[in-house]
Ligand binder design. Structure first.
Ligand code: G6P
Length: 588
C-alpha cells in the first residue's frame, strides 16, 4: 500500500530512487512522485499513473545526490497530482505509507493556525505539523519525536528538511521501513526488492524508531532520541527473483516457479520422509483458528479440510477483518494461525495482536522474512516462495497450501503420510507445461463465470474465481456445488461458463449431478477432475493426475491460475498490476 524509497550518497539519486520505486510498484501504482535536492533547493515532480509516466518528467542526469520518492495506492483523496506524494509544507517535505487516523481533527486545528492545505490526503498534516513544531523545537529529531507523539494510525515516513541538506530522516509505526547500506550511500525503502540492485545489506526499523541517513553513515534513535545499535542483516535471495527473466509477465513467471517453490518449501521442513526440527510438533492444540485475507484466507479454507480430515482437529476459518472484531471462542489449547504472503496485511496483523492480547498462542505462515506478522507471532513457519511481484498471488498460494498440508500431517502425527509429497513436483511440472488457451477463450467471451465444487474443491473454486476477478475483471462467483440451485442458478443462461472442480471422488456423482443441472440450462461446462469421466456432460475437460487428497489442492490450483492468466491476456488486462488493487494492504 504505497512504496517509499529514499537515497542519499555519492551517486546521482534520481536513477536509484526511480529504479527502487519500480520494484515497489506492486504496493500501489495510481500515482508517483519524487522530491530531490538540486542546486540547494528541494524540487518536487509528481504524476498520475505509473512510475514510467513520472520518469518521462524527470532528468535522471540531474546533479542531485539526495531524493525521496513514493508510489501511491490512494486511500484519502483520488489519484491526482495534488494528492500524490511528496507533500511539502514550509521547510518539510514528506513521503508517507500508512493512514493517519486523526488527520481530520489535526487538519482543523492546523487550519485555525493559518496553515493552508493543497490536497485531500491525510498525509499533508505531517509536513504541516513538522513545520509548525520545528519553529519551537528548532531541532529536526526533537520535532519528529514530538509529531509522532501526536499522530494516530500507521506510518512509514521519509522526511527532508530544507535546513538540513545532508540527511534524510525516517520513522515508522505499523507500516514497514528498512534502511539499506552500500559503499556509495544509504537508502530508506518500504521493502527489500527496492534496493537489491545496489545492496543486500539492510536494517529493519522497529516501531517508533527514528533514523537519520547521510552519504557516509546512519544513526537510529529510540523514542527518547537515545541512539541505538542496530543489526545489519543480509538478504539472501537474489535480485533475479525480482526480474522478469524473459517472461512476459511476473504472474506467468511466478506460476512457472511453482515446481521449485514446492520443493523449496517441502525440503525446508522435511527430509527423508521425516520432519526436520524446523517444524515444531504443536502437540497441545486441540482447536485451531485460521485467520487471513484474500487468497491467504482461501488457503485457510483448504487447510481446514486437510487438518480436520487428517488430524481430526476442528478448524474455524475467518477473514481477518471480521475476526478481529468478533467474539472468539478460544482457550489455552487453541492455536490461532495467521496466513499472509506479505506478513504486513493490517487486518491480519491486528487479528494476530488481538489473539496475543487474549493470551492465545499464534502461528504465522508467512513468505516475507522478518515481516511484522512473522516477528510478532509466537511461532513462525516461512513458506519458501521467494519475492512475489505480481499483485495476484500464485506461487505463494501454492507454497502456503503445501505448508498447510505439511502442517496437517504434523498435527495428525501420522508421519507416514509424508510419502504422499514425494514426486509431486513432477506433476506440477507436467501441469505447467499444458496449454490453457482454449479454456480461456471460452471464459473470455463471457461477462460472468461460475465455479462450483464441494468441500476442499469449493475452497479451490474460491481461489479460481478470485484470480479471474482480479486479473481478468470477469464477474465470477464461487459456489458450493449443492447450493447453486437454491437461488443463484437463476443466473445461468445459454453459454454461461461454469467451471466444475471435483477431486473428492466419493462425492463426484453429486457434483456431476449439479453440473448436469446447469448444463441443462445452457451452461458451458469446463470440468476439472482427476478421474476418467464416462458421461459427456462437459464441453471441455481437464484431467489431473490422481494423487492423495492431501496433496491434490497443490496441483489443482495451477490450471485455475493459468486459465485466469490466459483470460486476462486475451482481454488485454494489466496482468501484473490490476486496476484498483495493491499487493500489500497495510490499511484496515
Ligand atoms: C491483498 C492482495 C491479495 C492478498 C491479500 C492478503 O488483498 O490483493 O492478493 O491475498 O491482500 O495478502 P497477504 O500478504 O496477507 O497474503
Amino acid at each position: 500500500m504505497c512504496g517509499i524509497v529514499g537515497y542519499v550518497g555519492k551517486e546521482r539519486a534520481l536513477p536509484r530512487v526511480l529504479s527502487g520505486l519500480k520494484f515497489l510498484e506492486y504496493r500501489g501504482y495510481d500515482s508517483a512522485g519524487v522530491a530531490y535536492l538540486f542546486n540547494d533547493e528541494v524540487k518536487i515532480t509528481k504524476e498520475v499513473g505509473r512510475i514510467s509516466s513520472l520518469e518521462k518528467l524527470i532528468d535522471l542526469d540531474a546533479d542531485s545526490y539526495m531524493a525521496i520518492g513514493h508510489t501511491r495506492w490512494a486511500t484519502h483523496g483520488e489519484p491526482s497530482v495534488s494528492n500524490s506524494h511528496p507533500h511539502r509544507i514550509g521547510k518539510f517535505t514528506v513521503v508517507h505509507n500508512g493512514i493517519i487516523e486523526n488527520y481530520l481533527s489535526l487538519k482543523e486545528d492546523l487550519k485555525k493556525k493559518g496553515i493552508k492545505f493543497l490536497s485531500s490526503t491525510d498525509t499533508e498534516v505531517i509536513p504541516a505539523l513538522l513545520d509548525y513544531y520545528y519553529k519551537s523545537e528548532k531541532d529536526i529529531l526533537k520535532t519528529i519525536k514530538k509529531v509522532i507523539g501526536i499522530l494516530e494510525g500507521s506510518f512509514a515516513l521519509g522526511i527532508i528538511c530544507d535546513d538540513d541538506k545532508e540527511n534524510i530522516y525516517a520513522v515508522r509505526r505499523g507500516s514497514p521501513l528498512i534502511l539499506a547500506l552500500d559503499k556509495m550511500g544509504m537508502f530508506i525503502a518500504s521493502d527489500v526488492p527496492a534496493i537489491l540492485c545496489y545492496t543486500n545489506k539492510y536494517i529493519l526499523l522497529e516501531q517508533n524508531e527514528i533514523a537519520k541517513i547521510n552519504k557516509n553513515s546512519y544513526q537510529v534513535y529510540d523514542q527518547n532520541l537515545k541512539e541505538i545499535k542496530k543489526e545489519v542483516k543480509t538478504f539472501e535471495g537474489s535480485q533475479d527473483a525480482a526480474m522478469l527473466n524473459g517472461y512476459e509477465h511476473y504472474m506467468l513467471k511466478e506460476i512457472h516457479e511453482e515446481e521449485k517453490v514446492y520443493l523449496d518449501t517441502l525440503n525446508y521442513y522435511v527430509s527423508d520422509n521425516s520432519f526436520k526440527e524446523t517444524m515444531p510438533e504443536f502437540k497441545k492444540y486441540n482447536n485451531i483458528h485460521i485467520v487471513a485475507c484474500g487468497s491467504a484466507y482461501y488457503v485457510g479454507c483448504i487447510a481446514k479440510n486437510l487438518i480436520e480430515n487428517y488430524a481430526n482437529i476442528p478448524v474455524y476459518v475467518e477473514v481477518a477483518s471480521e475476526y478481529r472484531y468478533k467474539k472468539n471462542f478460544y482457550d489455552s489449547n487453541t492455536l490461532v494461525i495467521i496466513i499472509s504472503q506479505s506478513g504486513e496485511t493490517a487486518d491480519s496483523l491486528e487479528a494476530l495482536r488481538r489473539a496475543k492480547n487474549d493470551g492465545i498462542d499464534t502461528l504465522a505462515i508467512v513468505n516475507v522474512v522478518l515481516s511484522s506478522i512473522a516477528r510478532e507471532a509466537k511461532y513462525t513457519l516461512y513458506v519458501k516462495a521467494g519475492p512475489e511481484i505480481a499483485v495476484a498471488t500464485t506461487k505463494a498460494f501454492l507454497a502456503q497450501t503445501t505448508l498447510m498440508a505439511l502442517l496437517a500431517v504434523r498435527l495428525s502425527r501420522k508421519n507416514e503420510l509424508l510419502k504422499e509429497f514425494v514426486g509431486v513436483e513432477k506433476y506440477i511440472n507436467e501441469i505447467l507445461s499444458r496449454n490453457y488457451l482454449d479454456y480461456a477463450k471460452e471464459i473470455a467471451k463471457s461477462n460472468d463465470t461460475f465455479f462450483i465444487g464441494r468441500l476442499v474443491d469449493y475452497a479451490l473454486c474460491l481461489e479460481g474465481s478470485l484470480k479471474l476477478k482480479e486479473t481478468a475483471y470477469i464477474n465470477s462467483v464461487a459456489f458450493q456445488a449443492g447450493e447453486l440451485k437454491h437461488g443463484t442458478i437463476s443466473l445461468i443462461t445459454k453459454g454461461t461458463p461454469v467451471i466444475g472442480i471435483c477431486t473428492c471422488h466419493e462425492i463426484a456423482p453429486k457434483t456431476i449431478s449439479n453440473l448436469k443441472e446447469v448444463a441443462a440450462r445452457g451452461a458451458k461446462i469446463i470440468y476439472i477432475t482427476s478421474e476418467e469421466v464416462e458421461d459427456n456432460f462437459y464441453d471441455k475437460l481437464i484431467i489431473l493426475p490422481k494423487l492423495a487428497d492431501l496433496v491434490m489442492p497443490i496441483i489443482t490450483v495451477i490450471p485455475l491460475q493459468l486459465i485466469a492468466y490466459e483470460v486476462a491476456k486475451l482481454k488485454g488486462c494489466d496482468i501484473d498490476k490490476p486496476r484498483n488493487l495493491a499487493k500489500s494492504v497495510t490499511v484496515e
